[in-house]
Design a protein around this ligand. Sequence first.
Ligand code: 6PG
Length: 252
Amino acid sequence: MHSEMIVKPEIIVLDDTVQVAHKGAALLASAAMRCLLRRNHFSLALSGGNTPRPMHRTFAREPYRSLIPWHRLHLFWVDERCVPPDDPASNYGAARADFLDRMPIPARHVHPMPFSMEPAEGALSYEREIRRVLESEKGDTLFLDMVFLGLGRDGHVASLFPGDKSLKELERPVIAVRGGDPDLPRLTLTLPLINRIREIVFLVTGKEKAPVARAVLKGDGENLPARRVQPRNGTLTWLLDREAASMLHLGG
Ligand code: 6PG
């Protein structure tokens, strides 16, 4: 039997998407600086979709451009659609356009998910890549330092969709799935890996996310994938704008 501890998230509500973008960047800056006092590198996993894009653009602007020790970051992806980087559906391609191409990050520190391999093989290859990169830093190779997650309107997180067998994966850190919008073959990190990340931050903005944010945070969404994000040994923070938080009825 495995007991599921329910970690209470810290919920931060900000006025709008601009404020959420700034707060996300500030959280990254402080997490990276804390970690880099002890180690040489900091590992971060990025999500795709639209929500993180304003934050990604904010990364490339001051003060974050100078404040964040970009050359000491290793960047991974939470999930990816199996399309080339110049396809509008590519999460890696979007991140390049939004900030990566303008940042002082060594190319060997940027780890996009493979898009041209057969997906099952791509998943294994990405697992090996994560292990290879993190091995030199830590004894236990599967602890990434930080992740930004998005939330789908149906409660999905990463490319883990409601009712899908990917949610039952207990061993493999990266798997191939199919689904979502756009409905494409995808690679995704799994819950066992996500739940071992030290700092987990959900970014949720816009009024169309208000019902699902309520379902996940206020208890009526037991079976939603996002509800299963429960760090084993880390922190869970939700950054929402007012619209996305409008059905939470937070006191105060
Ligand atoms: C993906 C994402 C996915 C995303 C949600 C929310 O590549 O599809 O990583 O999990 O975070 O679908 O997407 P939006 O931010 O576009 O609403």
